[in-house]
Ligand binder design. Sequence first.
Ligand code: ATP
Length: 463
Amino acid sequence: MQKINLEELVAFLKEQGFVFQGSEIYGGLANAWDYGPLGVELKNNIKQAWWKKFVKQNKYNVGLDAAILMNKEVWVASGHIGSFSDPLVDCKKCHSRFRADKLIEDFTHGEITGDGMSNEQLTEFLKTNNVVCPVCGQLDYTDIRKFNLMFKTFQGVVEDAKNEVYLRPETAQGIFVNFKNVQRTTRRKLPFGIGQIGKSFRNEITPGNFIFRTREFEQMELEFFCKPGTELDWFKYWRKFCWDFLVSIGVDEKKLRYRDHDKEELSFYSNATTDIEFDFPWGFGELWGIASRTNYDLNAHQTHSGANMEYLDPDDNTKYLPYVVEPSVGVERMLLTVLFSAYDVEETKKEDGRVDTRVVLRLHPALAPYKVAVLPLIKKNHADKANEIYDMLSDKFSAVYDETANIGKRYRRQDAIGTPFTICVDDETVNNNTVTIRDRDTMEQITLPVDEVASYIESKLKF
Ligand code: ATP
C-alpha cells in the first residue's frame, strides 16, 4: 500500500470531483469545502453506515433530528457560553495566531496534547520545551487568553442581546434537552441511547489539515443513558463498538489507537474518556471521542431550566438522573480516515510485460460512491443493452454508465474513484444475456446471467 501525503490527496479529491475549495471562483473562503458529486455520495454513505449500526439496527437506540438554533439558555446551562473556549496565543514577532494546546500537540507529534492543561501549565510547557513559533521560529508569545468558539448571530430583525442565538457547537445538547420527550414517547427503559447526525459550528482558532478541522462540520453523536453505577461497563462497550465499526467499514486497523485520558486531562465531570486516534500523515489525531459524562448534562439542564429530568425506574420505583456515555465523531474526519485507508497505487503488468501503475481507491463497497459501472464494450453494438442494464441496476444502487474512451481507461477511471464492480457489456450479453463483472481489487472477472447481477452486488455490500 503506497502512502499519499495530504497535498496529493487534496489534489486527487479535487480532480476526481470529491471535494472542492468552497467559494473557489471568489478566491475561496478559508477553511470552507464543498463536496462534489462523488464526495456527497461518500459522505452520505458514511452517515448511513453510522445510522444503520448505531440507530436502525441497534436494539438500544433511537434517532433524533433537533434544531441547530436553540434557546440561548441551553448554552448557559451546558457551560458553553461560560467556558467553551480554546487557549489563544499570538507570536509577538510575526503576529501569527495559534491554539496553545495544539502547538504542543504538533510539537510532540501527537504524543502530548495540551487538553486539560491550565494556561499557566501551557505557558510553562512552551517555554521549557522551547516550542518556537512554527512560522518564524521565535520563542516570544503573548499571554494565553480564552477565546470562545461559538458563532453568535441574531434571530429576528432586532440585533440586541435579547435576540442573540448561537450556531450549535455540538449536536449533543439537542439530545439532552429532549431526553424526557424521547423517553416518554418511546416508553424506553434504561439503558437506551439517542443518536443524531447534524451540522455543528466552531469558530476554531487554527482550522486546518484540509477537512480535519473546519469551522463548519457534521457530527454523529450518541448519548447513551444508563443507570448510575453501570456507566463504566457501558463505556467499555461503546469504546469497543466504535473501534469495531471503524474496522468493519474498512479503516486501516494498524493506524488506529486508543488514547485514554489521564486524571489531569479528564474533564471535571467525566469519570472516563478515550479518544480513538488515527495515524494521519501529520501524526496521530483524534477521530472519535468517547466520554463517560456522569449525569452532568441532565443535572445542568434540570437545575437551570427547572424541568424535572429524572427517570422513574420501574424496577424499584426509584427516581434518579441517568448517567451518560457519549461516543462523538465527525463525519469529515471519518471520511478523511476512510480515504487515507483506501488510497492505493498498485503496480500491474501489461500484456507485453511492461509495468503499469493504477490508482485504486479500496473503499468498502458499502461506502463506495458508485457500486457499479456499466460499460458497453463497443458503443454502437452494445450501448442499447448496456443502457437497459444500467436502468435495471440504478433502480437499486448508485450506478454509473460510461461509454467514452477505451475499455482499459474506463476500468482505471472506476478503480480510481473506488467503484467496486464494473460490468462489461459485449456480444455475449446481447446474445446470451450474460455479463462479465470485474472486481476492482483483484481485477478478476466472473461471468453471470444478467438477472443475477443485482443480488451478487447486494451480497457484497454487507458490513
Ligand atoms: P479537538 O481536540 O480536535 O478540537 P474536541 O475534543 O474538541 O476535538 P469533541 O468536542 O470531542 O472534539 O467533538 C467530537 C468529535 O467531533 C471529534 O472527535 C471530531 O471527530 C469532531 N470534531 C470536533 N471539532 C471538529 C472540527 N473543528 N472539525 C471537524 N471535526 C470536528
